[in-house]
Design a protein around this ligand. Structure first.
Ligand code: HEC
Length: 454
């Protein structure tokens, strides 16, 4: 059983309570809605949909763990769910079904509204579901915690370049990881971070002193190194990552080390960070290896100054049959939306995913069912960027923007999780950049017009 299904089992009682409240709010029975209480109706909803972020030490500014915490926010909760500002979820429901879909049902929204409108009652303590336990802030109980060995000093102001920090883990045996969770040591300073597996024999950072932050070179180069693999990520709203959904897991070879790739932002005062990675191991070898690819990538992108809807297209082609299970678009401050299309070897084109982009929320989308990708299928990423002055996040509308790691530069890729044969030595060979992704940089695009037709 995965940690996700364990957590869900805890919500079963809550689901029953929600069904009861649905009945209480059918039209014509408004009087019954006074019976809606925190313990019986609201807490189960908060546990299932909100506490992943609304708890101490997480990214939301207030906790919704208890009645005392949530009561002052009753009206704000009503407003946030009615406007669908909360919980954050950006996938267009026309394309794909997602296991981690946070969209609230209309009946759940009515329950929260009825609660807020009728005195936000606490109700009977015996109606409350057991609290969800977050072990020391982790999304699940880790079997192993890998912490940076030293505090990383951070300046009060200015740009902080990406930092790579080696931790000599020297994993004692081959291991299968079913879940990974990265926890910032200093939540205000960590913008995002990644944990990368450095397999034995890799020359990446071979002379690095463990625990020391290195800025030399492009961090992206390291990540592309032979055999290295992305194990876990931290972004606002992403949460712990589950790799076990399809009898699958990530592989960490014996003797591997971990490199933390950190993107910090200055907080206004000199501070430090010491972040950590929690891992849950599979009890037995899984059927399939879960591999995360950078996906279609437009490192040749060019976004004209002032353009409010600049199109940028990227493409990669599957070199063998595989299955897609996860999508996480990636752009910076000018990103607007991201679409993924599959073009079959016979030329049929199909949109499988479309989502709004919001830099503050870099969400990941778990497909409910694996999507087969046949050898020769082209995976196309189509993004739009707003480089006009109307984009309030735009650092400089007067600038032609190209690919780069800093926020005022741009990226266009979509991290993708695939299920592959556990014996496949180097999953990177599964995909090759093709079409628009191979073009030299122009003054805009590459756009859809550069797609090769079959
Ligand atoms: C993925 C993380 C995440 C989830 C899940 C989430 N929130 Fe939030 N919430 C935030 C963050 C971060 C903020 C503060 C920033 C903002 O307002 O955008 C916030 C702000 C809020 C606010 C204040 C809004 C305002 O306009 O001031 C309310 C109310 C709220 N959330 C309610 C909820 C409820 C109710 C749920 C579940 C049904 C929920 N949130 C789920 C992260 C989350």
């Amino acid at each position: 059983m995965s940690w996700r299904s364990l957590a869900l089992a805890g919500f079963m009682a809550g689901t029953l309570a929600m069904t009861a409240s649905m009945r209480a709010t059918t039209p014509g029975e408004e009087k019954d809605s006074t019976a809606v209480t925190f313990n019986k109706d609201v807490l189960p909803v908060l546990q299932k949909n909100c506490q992943s972020c609304h708890r101490p030490g997480e990214i939301a500014p207030m906790s919704f763990l208890t009645y005392k915490d949530a009561r002052p926010w009753a009206k704000a909760i009503k407003a946030a769910v009615v406007s669908r500002k909360m919980p954050p979820w950006f996938a267009d429901p026309k394309y794909g079904h997602f296991a981690n879909d946070r969209t609230l049902s209309d009946s759940t929204i009515s329950t929260l509204v009825a609660w807020a409108d009728n005195g936000a009652l606490e109700g009977d303590a015996k109606d409350a579901p057991p609290p969800v336990t977050f072990v020391d802030g982790w999304s699940f109980k880790p079997d192993m915690i890998i912490e940076m060995p030293k505090d990383i000093p951070l300046p009060a102001t200015g740009t902080i370049n990406y930092k790579s920090i080696l931790v000599k883990v020297n994993f004692p045996e081959d291991l299968w990881v079913v879940a990974a969770d990265l926890r910032p040591g200093n939540a205000a300073a960590v913008h995002h971070m990644r944990a990368i597996v450095r397999p034995p024999g890799s020359t990446w950072m071979k002379d690095a002193e463990p625990g020391v932050a290195y800025e030399g070179g492009d961090p992206e180069v390291g990540r592309q190194g032979e055999g290295t693999d992305l194990l876990g990520k931290f972004n606002p709203g992403l949460g712990g990552q589950d790799f076990s959904m399809f009898d699958s897991a990530k592989f960490v070879p014996k003797g591997s080390d971990i490199v933390f790739s950190m993107h910090y932002t200055a907080t206004g005062k000199a501070t430090t960070d010491r972040s950590k990675l929690g891992l849950v191991f599979a009890k037995k070898a899984p059927k399939l290896k879960y591999y995360v690819s950078d996906g279609p990538t437009a490192s040749n992108l060019a976004i004209p100054a002032g353009d409010s809807n600049a199109e940028v297209v990227s493409e990669m082609t599957a070199q063998a049959d595989t299955q897609l299970v996860y999508l996480q678009p990636h752009m910076h401050l000018r990103g607007k939306d991201y679409e993924v299309r599959l073009i079959s070897p016979s030329g049929e084109s199909k949109t499988i995913f479309k989502a709004k982009w919001d830099f503050n929320w870099q969400l990941g989308f778990d497909l409910e069912k694996p999507l087969p990708i046949a050898k020769g299928t082209r995976i196309v990423g189509i993004a739009h960027f707003d480089n006009s002055a109307n984009n309030k996040y735009n650092p400089d509308p007067a600038k032609l923007v190209v690919w780069g790691p800093q926020n005022w530069e741009e990226m266009q890729n979509c991290f993708m999780g695939f299920l592959v044969d556990p014996n496949l030595k180097n999953p990177r060979t599964l995909f090759r950049a093709t079409g628009p992704s191979l073009l030299p940089r122009g003054t805009s695009g590459p756009t859809l017009s550069t797609l090769v037709s079959n």
